[in-house]
Write a protein that binds this ligand. Structure first.
Ligand code: P61
Length: 468
């Protein structure tokens, strides 16, 4: 057997509504070919994101009934604080309603205009929050990350030479901290090695620059370390996580990923002064420091989720299910980003649709075709999400990678449903030349992918309507 079966039984089910190809075609036109604008009950298999879409365990649901909804000092906060400290090891635990609020509080507190924050690759909310403070968000991942065919095992690694050159160029005082995103979502859900983290720390120590983690998918990153890095095969997951975080000074966390909850996040750090300022701001914009915009029951579910996510059986299934999908596609010649990531399979849209130039959004065109023909929703991570206008020429600068991410929600879909996804994509690949490009008709000034609207450049061809 090449993948582990589900290490859980299903106790509650949510029906999936069937749609026809014609219905989806109409929905797409109404949505301006933007899949964020399509109602979720018209999607058969929703791989838009692994964020906030996990199925909670019976133990988490039981914890919800133990929610202590006191305004101050809820016992669920103390449970969360103890759990976060035991895994991450930082002194202060500041709950937020999701990851970007942790980023916003951190960056609005520590960044001054003109500063620079290096990261392996900033996720879009991190980048937007850094730039919102009029600072530079710099991506310094190793060059292998930009080659979708290279199967280096730790493609999320920081390029230490470029990091040191940046410190010399910008000056230590203009770098309030360095971030490492684990796993590196925008680069294909790729892990960062313990060795690279250790070396980054050693380099930053020389310049007295703090190191923070964007820790959304820390458990998946730790599982890859166990699988791939010499010396870790027999080390328990919790020990690996503790070692990893011991090299940092703090982290931001969207618990909607490896917290196994539908809403929640936190910021955890050692610095007393930063923590104090952040807490004051938290009270202004989120809520008191023992709930941070969440209900007591949400804090309890998050504490329990963080305990469960490091279970090895769970992680073996989780990483195995994503790998199973990737391998089915790869064996049939469908171009995917290698190696297969932790939370998602990334279709390489440049190779999938070589006849569509990047200026016609091949990633978005592929995501649209996958939904129209099979009811499967992925998300474009390419020109739409990361394309930028050159400030002087007004020309669009295209990102190196043009992908459609198929993010797998945690504990939600069975291996049979994943097989259906693979078969659909293989069929779509065989008729790929029927897919046409798109043109933008509306874009917002920031995070444009959520609300952008398109028209199809040729009359849409309904390729393979799924019957009702
Ligand atoms: C995702 F299209 N990720 O991958 P929040 N850091 C990292 C993330 O992956 C991340 C956040 C911070 C999402 C949700 C998402 O434009 C989009 O709890 C590495 O979502 O605030 C979120 O955490 C932010 C999808 C977010 C998007 C923004 O699907």
């Amino acid at each position: 057997m090449n993948f582990p079966s589900e290490p859980f039984k299903i106790k509650v089910v949510e029906p999936i509504r069937r749609t026809t190809g014609h219905e989806r075609d109409r929905l797409l036109r109404d949505a301006g070919y933007n899949l964020f604008q399509v109602p979720a009950d018209s999607v058969s298999i929703d791989l838009l994101t692994d964020s906030g879409t996990s199925a909670m365990s019976d133990r988490q649901w039981a914890g919800m009934m133990l929610g202590d909804e006191s305004y101050a000092g809820s016992k669920n906060y103390y449970h969360l604080e103890e759990t976060v400290r035991s895994i991450f090891g930082y002194k202060h635990v500041i709950p937020t309603h999701q990851g970007r609020m942790a980023e916003n509080l951190l960056f609005s507190t520590i960044i001054e205009p003109g500063m620079c924050v290096p990261n392996n690759i900033h996720f879009d909310t991190t980048r937007a929050n850094v730039e919102h403070q009029h600072a530079e968000a710099l991506d310094l991942v190793i060059k292998e990350a930009y080659d979708p065919h290279c199967d280096f095992p730790f493609k999320g690694n920081m390029d230490l030479d470029r990091l040191e050159a940046t410190i010399h160029r910008v000056g230590r005082k203009r770098i309030p901290l360095v971030m490492i995103t684990i796993t590196n979502n925008s680069g294909g859900g790729q892990p960062v090695s313990m060795e690279n983290i250790r070396q980054t720390r050693a380099l930053l120590n020389r310049y007295r620059i703090p190191l923070f983690f964007d820790a959304c998918r820390f458990a998946e990153n730790c599982f890859f370390i166990k699988e791939r890095e010499p010396g870790y095969a027999n080390i328990p997951m919790l020990t690996i996580a503790r070692e990893l975080f011991s090299h940092g000074d703090g982290c931001t966390m969207s618990a909607k990923k490896d917290g196994l909850v539908n809403i929640g996040g936190f910021l955890s750090l050692n610095d007393d002064l930063w923590a104090q300022e952040i807490t004051n701001m938290l009270i202004l914009v989120e809520g008191f420091s023992t709930y941070g915009g969440l209900a007591g029951r949400d804090l309890e579910a998050m504490a329990r989720g963080l305990e469960e996510v490091l279970e090895e059986d769970y992680l073996r299934f989780r990483i195995g299910q994503v790998r199973y999908l990737g391998e089915l596609l790869d064996q049939s010649g469908v171009p995917i980003l290698k190696p297969i990531g932790g939370h998602a399979v990334y279709l390489n849209a440049k190779d999938f649709l070589p006849h569509i130039p990047q200026s016609e959004f091949p990633g978005q065109a592929l995501a649209v075709a996958l939904y129209r023909d099979y009811g499967i929703r992925g998300v474009e991570i390419g020109t739409l999400m990361f394309g930028k206008k050159d400030q002087t020429t007004g020309e669009t600068l295209h990102p190196e990678l043009e992908m459609v991410r198929l993010a797998i929600p945690r504990r939600v879909y069975t291996n049979m449903q994943i097989t259906y996804v693979a078969e659909s994509i293989i069929e779509l690949y065989r008729k790929r030349e029927l897919i046409h490009g798109l043109a933008l008709t509306y874009e917002a000034p920031i995070l444009r992918h959520f609300t952008a609207r398109f028209i199809e450049l040729h009359e849409p061809s309904l390729l393979h309507p799924m019957t009702a």
